[in-house]
Design a protein around this ligand. Structure first.
Ligand SMILES: Nc1ncnc2c1ncn2[C@@H]1O[C@H](COP(=O)(O)OP(=O)(O)OP(=O)(O)O)[C@@H](O)[C@H]1O
Ligand SMILES: [Mg+2]
Length: 301
């Protein structure tokens, strides 16, 4: 028997003062809640990220999850527009020091919370160190109140997309059947894997005609990633093309709220259920560290 193995004789018990009542024990630190950070991104623009993020959030609220949506499409923010919100303040006011992140949180439909970006904000890599540190500290303070942090990014391989993707435990890449959407998704996955060591991606096929086409889109993408990249792609599901989605956008209300029985709304509900069963990657659950990596590393934008 090695010396390190404990026997009943050698087991050391912690010494507890015999008369200590429960009330006298030091209060336990509350368990820190770590939200699941999910980035929604794509290689090509206009494939449905913003609409999907808003409706995914709305569906997750239906199953009583606390959801924050961070609009990280800093160039052209529009989550607030499609949800009919007109926030007075946005991230630019946080960066200028006028407001805190807590001040700018906007209430959305169904109890969603939104962090509006505002238009024409600088990229993460253009922020000063002081701005990054302030944002980081405030982000960490917010996290405990949420189960999910959904981040809607812009398309492509620009600085902010990469940075926010690196802050996520789960990266959802959206693709449509268009050949350019697939080649651009491949290019994004290639950069994130080769240059930033990301290995796991979830895929949603949007604007397909049916389930079979969704699977085909996924298989077309995995055929090339399996051949040329060291990555693993999981299929989260498909969303059919639905002309009614544009009506909901015009009404500035979540599509899943206005047309809950539409096939596309039911598809998003199925994806939300799948998302709710995904485990937080324990290796990536130190969000402070993740945000720090994102905000403090050298810029490449
Ligand atoms: N399943 C769908 N059925 C029909 N129309 C859709 C569907 N998904 C998205 N759209 C439409 O596609 C357009 C682009 O959607 P959205 O703005 O969500 O894309 P995006 O990827 O966020 O774009 P960007 O890259 O510019 O941020 C919108 O007009 C939207 O209504
Ligand atoms: Mg968008």
């Amino acid at each position: 028997m090695t010396r390190t193995e404990a026997t009943p004789m050698t087991t050391r018990r912690p010494r507890i003062a015999p008369c200590l009542t429960a009330a006298e024990e030091a209060p336990r630190a509350p368990r820190r809640r770590v939200p699941h950070v999910i980035t929604v991104t794509s290689g090509k623009g206009g494939v449905g990220k913003t609409n999907f993020t808003a409706n995914l959030g709305w569906q997750l609220r239906q199953i009583r999850r606390n959801v924050m949506i961070l609009d990280a499409d800093l160039g052209l923010a529009n989550i607030d527009i499609i949800l009919g919100l007109t926030p007075d303040f946005n991230l630019s006011h946080v960066l200028s020091g006028e407001k805190t992140l807590g001040d700018i949180i906007t209430r959305g439909p169904g109890g969603l919370r939104i962090l509006p970006a505002g238009s024409g904000l600088p990229g993460v890599t253009d922020l000063t160190d002081a701005q990054k540190m302030a944002l980081l500290a405030q982000m960490e303070a917010l996290e405990q109140d949420f189960d999910y942090f959904l981040i809607d990014t812009g398309a492509g391989i620009a600085g902010n997309v990469i940075y926010f993707s690196l802050a996520a435990q789960t990266m959802i890449v959206m693709v449509t059947p268009e050949p350019t959407s697939l080649t651009d998704a491949y290019a994004l996955v290639k950069v994130l894997s080769r240059e930033y060591h990301q290995r796991r991606f979830k895929v949603v096929a949007n604007e397909v005609t049916d389930e079979a086409e969704g699977r085909e889109v996924f298989q077309n993408l995995t055929r090339v990633t399996d051949r040329f990249l060291d990555v693993s792609l999981d299929y989260l599901g498909h969303i059919p093309h639905d002309p009614k989605l544009r009506n909901a956008v015009r009404m500035q209300r979540p599509f899943c709220e206005v047309f809950p029985e539409a096939p596309a709304a039911q598809a998003i509900r199925r994806i939300a259920r799948r998302v709710s069963t995904l485990q937080n990657d324990p290796l990536n659950s130190d969000l402070g560290l993740l945000w720090r990596n994102v905000l403090v590393r050298e810029g490449t934008a």
